[in-house]
Design a binder for this molecule. Structure first.
Ligand code: GDP
Length: 312
């Protein structure tokens, strides 16, 4: 089996590529610029803002499985770059669907969607049938891409979208709150930093291990019947709880070491972003393997090791 993974240098792409290689698949991955990718992956250049490059990559790969994971991922940035965000998410998804089904009509396609599609859903946790009322340009673009997947599916293509809630690993960049906190806790534990500066400590997110959600993506494309699934832990936690977990893993007391800077505070959210993955559990037999505590502790351990090496 030959799989194409867009965004193979990213957190999700690299984790998924590793799983695919372990299962014995050939993996072709798109990259936007030179970047490290898992050993064994064949790479091809493609830019989400350049449809010809995407078509070329998809047609050249002639893959049986297409995992479209490449996308801008930092939600607040979508207010600064709404047009690029919409093009890179929605228009690029149309190109992928069109090119992948033209190259191989029976190809099975996975699209990475987001819990941001629900926005002001007015119900929490959200499931597949919850109202979708995104509140950011990013969420609107992800909803357009999700709907493109549905209309291609209605026309007979094997397209499934994973509605992914926050998912983390030691590969998460530091602008995301989990990595910022685990890195900060590690730096404070090693005496390299005095305090951690954050935004809203009461903000709620539903965090999972990225590897667990990528395993669910594999289960989704293995189903005869394509459909969309919410993939989440089902448990909302505050940034405050995240801080407590990371500091405990680093052997620290957060008291007096965390400061709030309004620059990092986002507008309040009316509906807590928490996902109900019951459908995935029932129909795919999916179970997350890593608890929140284990995930954060692993990230803290990686950060302690990195920083010790860096300062040595
Ligand atoms: P997102 O959910 O995809 O935007 O992922 P993030 O990892 O950026 O998490 C964002 C959540 O953490 C939001 O609810 C933020 O309000 C909250 N948060 C609190 N402090 C910070 C911070 O310093 N940086 C970031 N990125 N988010 C923060």
């Amino acid at each position: 089996m030959r799989a194409l993974v867009t965004g193979v240098a990213g957190q999700d792409g690299s984790l998924l590529a590793e799983l695919l290689l372990q299962e014995g698949h050939e993996v072709v991955g798109t990259i936007r610029r030179d970047a490290p990718t898992p050993p064994g992956v064949e790479t091809v250049y493609a830019d989400l803002l350049d449809p010809d490059s995407l078509r070329h990559a998809v047609a050249g790969a002639a893959a049986d499985r297409v995992f479209h994971l490449a996308a801008p991922t930092f939600v607040p940035e979508s207010w600064a770059q709404p047009v690029e965000t919409f093009t890179a998410i929605a228009a690029a998804t149309a190109v992928i669907l069109d090119a992948a089904t033209a190259a191989r009509p029976e190809a099975r396609i996975f699209l990475a969607s987001s819990g941001e599609v629900f926005g002001d859903a007015c119900e929490s946790p959200q499931r597949e049938s919850s109202p979708m009322r995104p509140r950011t340009p990013y969420g609107v673009a992800k909803l357009a891409a999700l709907q493109l997947g549905r209309v291609w599916r209605e026309r007979g293509a094997h397209v499934s979208s994973g509605i992914l809630y926050n998912h983390e690993s030691e590969r998460r960049p530091e602008r995301f709150v989990t990595r910022k906190v685990t890195r900060g806790a590690a730096a404070i534990a090693l005496g390299l930093q005095d305090e951690l500066v954050l935004g809203d400590l009461d903000a709620v997110r539903d965090w999972s291990a990225a590897r667990d959600l990528m395993r669910a993506a594999l289960l989704m494309v293995a189903q005869d019947e394509p459909r969309d699934y919410v993939l989440a832990s089902g448990r909302g936690r505050t940034v405050h709880e995240l801080v407590a977990t990371a500091f405990a893993a680093a052997g620290l007391d957060p008291e007096g070491r965390v400061r709030v800077d309004p620059a990092f505070v986002r507008p309040p959210e009316t509906t807590p972003q928490v996902g109900d993955a019951s459908l995935a559990r029932e129909r795919l037999g999916w179970e997350p393997a890593t608890s929140f505590e284990e995930l954060i502790a692993q990230m803290v351990r990686t950060d302690l090791d990195d920083l010790r090496r860096g300062s040595a």
